[in-house]
Design a binder for this molecule. Structure first.
Ligand SMILES: [Zn+2]
Length: 120
């Protein structure tokens, strides 16, 4: 697994949503980035995000893309605007609507802990 992804998934396994933040201008980064999207600095640090945000978009998956995800159907795929200013894609509980406040949880599945947002 590539190092950037490993840091992210290690955080999920520890129950933390970890994102990179620029040490020069304090901007949180869309995962995964090697440089700051605001100032171009390569001085980025892994930090724990609050794990809260607002649903930007939601779709319901009723047909799994692979056998591994079949047991989870139906599940929502969300775009969540995190409070840190980063938009991320993640699983969500069915029924979440655009504009709804959500918080991250982690679902153990196939050897990983998938971020899965629930209603706040
Ligand atoms: Zn920066």
């Amino acid at each position: 697994m590539e190092p950037l992804a490993r840091h992210f998934w290690d955080g999920c396994a520890a129950g933390e949503l970890r994102l990179r933040r620029c040490t020069s201008c304090d901007t949180w980064q869309t995962f995964p980035r090697e440089f700051c999207t605001a100032c171009g600095s390569t001085s980025l640090q892994w930090r724990r995000a609050a794990g809260t945000g607002t649903v930007h978009a939601a779709t319901l998956v009723t047909r799994a893309p692979s056998d591994a995800f079949r047991p989870l159907v139906p599940y929502a795929i969300l775009l969540v605007d995190l409070d840190e200013g980063v938009r991320m894609m993640a699983h969500g509980m069915p029924g979440l609507a655009i504009g709804q406040r959500v918080a991250v949880t982690f679902l153990a599945h196939e050897g990983r802990h998938l971020p899965r947002f629930v209603a706040l």
